[in-house]
Design a protein around this ligand. Structure first.
Ligand code: PHE
Length: 341
């Protein structure tokens, strides 16, 4: 009985040892395993002693020994992962350059628009913005194009069928009207944006395109201010040697009005074609803001005068990049778009 009692207390103290065991290396864990589960380990000798335990006590001892064995096994399997090295594949190459992700690029229309904007920004023009769905008044009437005026035919209009006077703006002059209504001179503003005209789609024309229009209003603004500004613009845009010429023209909202050509030259066969054998190319329309327009927008025409101009971005992009079909701009074929970045 005494011996059996010694055995139980031995098991107890082993349980405490197992519970408190915390190895700091793989080797320490292995010798722990051997000292319990090995051939000469504690459990083997306990099982040997167990044989001599009287039958009526076997149950109690058996439970205690099994309990110790389970404890040792769970202890070992929970500690093992701490010391097993993770399987490593080839190490990642931290210096390998990353694969270029394809971010896309700027559309040629945006590139040219930004160029135009930055040239006029550099001489003090800000930007104004307005709605593409416009009312008749801002698009036409305020600009000296009353209802039934024949010049309305110059710009075939898309009407939006919610109300007879709602339309898709045919030019961004409508933005200039809005800007004049809510700002006092001096005014120096650019209105870039998309405009719509009900035209048959072809290589030269589309039912939508983009414009940049400009407006300058102050005391004593003259036609020579307009001409010098446009000359500066043409040189920045097309090169320092660029020459311009102004031809008399007609717009209902400007008086006098002009169309501006740049000298393109007659060097190649295509120069002859695109300049119709003249060497000159039209790039924009302009003029002195008609006093009626100023008055419609709440600006005193006796005190102030101003000039306005407007150009199509597609047209300029086609000249700069030698593109001969306007439809390419709207198809968004990446093979086309990739060439500009
Ligand atoms: N609004 C005119 C157009 O769309 C362009 C223009 C603007 C002409 C300002 C003269 C002055 O064709």
């Amino acid at each position: 009985i005494y011996r059996n009692y010694c055995m139980l207390s031995k098991i107890d103290s082993l349980v405490k040892q197992v519970e408190g065991f915390s190895p700091s290396s793989k080797e320490e864990l292995e010798s722990f395993r051997l000292s319990y589960l090995g051939k000469k380990g504690h459990l083997t000798s306990l099982f040997n002693s167990f044989k001599k335990v009287p039958n009526e006590q076997k149950k109690e001892f058996g439970l205690a020994i099994n309990n110790l064995k389970n404890l040792v096994q769970t202890k070992i399997s929970s500690l093992k992962p701490l010391f097993t090295e993770k399987k490593t594949g080839p190490k990642p190459d931290l210096f390998k350059p990353v694969k270029n992700s394809s971010l896309g690029g700027r559309h040629p229309i945006s590139i040219v628009e930004q160029k135009i904007i930055s040239i006029f920004n550099s001489i003090g023009f800000g930007i104004s913005d307005g709605p593409e769905i416009e009312d008749d008044w801002h698009n036409f009437t305020a600009l000296n194009l009353p209802e039934d005026h024949p010049a309305r035919d110059m710009q075939d209009t898309f009407f939006v069928q919610i109300r007879p006077d709602v339309l898709l703006r045919t030019h961004t002059s409508s933005v200039q009207v809005r800007h004049m209504q809510s700002n006092k001179p001096p005014i120096r503003t650019l209105s870039p944006g998309r405009v719509y005209r009900n035209e048959a789609v072809s290589a030269r024309a589309h039912c939508l395109f983009h414009q940049v229009e400009g407006l300058y209003i102050d005391e004593k603004v003259s036609f020579s201010d307009l001409k010098q500004t446009l000359l500066y613009f043409a040189k920045e845009m097309f090169g320092k040697k660029t020459k311009i010429r102004l031809r008399p023209s007609y717009f209902p909202f400007t008086e006098p009005s002009a169309e501006v050509d740049i000298y393109w030259g007659l060097e190649t066969e295509s120069d002859y074609r695109i300049t119709k054998n003249t060497g000159w190319l039209e790039i924009l329309g302009c003029g002195m803001v008609d006093p009626n327009v100023l008055e419609n927008c709440g600006i005193d025409p006796k005190k102030y005068s101003g000039y306005a101009f407007g150009m199509g971005i597609e047209r300029i992009a086609m000249l700069l990049y030698g593109i001969d079909d306007i439809r390419l701009f709207y198809e968004n074929d990446v093979r086309f778009l990739k060439q500009f970045n």
